[in-house]
Write a protein that binds this ligand. Structure first.
Ligand code: GRG
Length: 303
């Protein structure tokens, strides 16, 4: 592992994220080459290499670094996080789901390649994420990789993304309570962020107590991520479209601001971020700096 020498207060988060995004982009480009059948692989690459903040790979690599692991060994797992995330975005945008035309600043996958290819590109990315971890990770004991696969499969399936999406769909056009809203966010959003952190720590050789501490860190930032998303949905659409349009836009789904108001929602997000950062107490500050900065970034992001 690379020696980290910066003091936490001098940690340059913008450069850290830019460098991470660059190395993840290069690794993804290599992992999913343009091969036969080109129409499928082109579709996979179209969404996978389209950009995005790369928050999940960054969390995975930062957790590996925190526990003193080798970043290169965690790269296939970090890439797998982005493959699964991208798959979920492709499927989420389909006409049968959210029916969105734009994602990451470009037309959605099904708009370019058709619905059938978009479904299949997502399926291929999901399967390949597991293949990539197990085949391309070098020098990590198989027992750790099995644990990683269990975490990631759980985060993707009925107890994770799929379960969250199902409850989200069933909650459309009706008022739901805080408990259901929390279930949706914990499964649709927090589960994969949690897996990213936990899997990075497992690859890096963390003991069980450390893994569980980092799981709490991740669950808190995962929930905060979504609370902030709900707040931004309202404040940004208000800025862009005016108040009435913003209200219409938010009216078919329950959100934190709708249940608690914007101010209270901001407080909830702040508490969640503080709780996340508290889990990092006791780690060497320079090693914990990326995870501390990522938590603050998620809690105070403007887009
Ligand atoms: C088929 C296994 C399987 C799962 C699909 C469609 C679905 C089930 C789940 C939906 C999951 C979903 C779209 C959750 C929202 C997650 C979220 C917060 C997206 C935004 O993430 P950012 O802001 O996006 O990190 P970028 O583009 O920056 O990566």
């Amino acid at each position: 592992a690379e020696e980290v020498t910066q003091k936490p207060e001098s940690f340059d988060f913008a450069s850290y994220m830019a460098d991470t995004a660059k190395s993840v982009q290069a690794a993804l480009d290599k992992a999913v080459p343009l091969k036969y059948p080109e129409s499928l692989n082109e579709g996979m690459r179209y969404s996978l290499l389209a950009g995005g903040k790369r928050v999940r790979p960054a969390l995975c690599l930062a957790a590996c670094q925190l526990v003193g692991g080798d970043l290169e060994q965690a790269m296939p797992t970090a890439c797998a996080m982005e493959m699964i995330h991208t798959m979920s975005l492709i499927h989420d945008d389909l006409p049968a789901m959210d029916n969105d035309d734009f994602r990451r600043g470009r037309p959605t996958n099904h708009k370019v390649y058709g619905e059938n290819m978009a479904i299949l590109s997502g399926d291929a990315l999901l399967a390949y994420s597991f293949e990539h971890i197990c085949r391309d990770t070098k020098g990590v004991p198989a027992e750790r990789l099995v644990r990683v696969v269990v975490e990631l499969a759980r985060a993707s399936g009925a107890d994770g993304l799929v379960g969250g999406q199902v409850v989200d769909i069933q909650s459309e056009d009706k008022e739901v309570g805080l408990d259901v809203l929390k279930y949706i966010h914990e499964h649709k959003t927090a589960a994969l962020l949690e897996a990213a952190v936990v899997c990075g720590a497992i690859v890096g050789g963390a003991d069980d107590a450390t893994v569980e501490k980092l799981r709490r860190y991740a669950l808190n930032i995962g929930l905060a991520f979504q609370v902030i998303d709900d707040i931004l949905d309202i404040t940004q659409s208000t800025e862009v479209l005016g108040k009435t349009a913003a209200k219409d836009l938010a009216s078919n789904k329950t959100t934190y601001p709708k249940l608690l108001g914007i101010e209270k929602s901001k407080q909830v997000a702040e508490q969640l971020i503080a709780e996340a950062i508290a889990q990092l107490d006791g780690f060497e500050p320079s090693r914990a700096a990326p995870l501390v900065a990522l938590a603050k970034y998620i809690g105070y992001r403007q887009n």
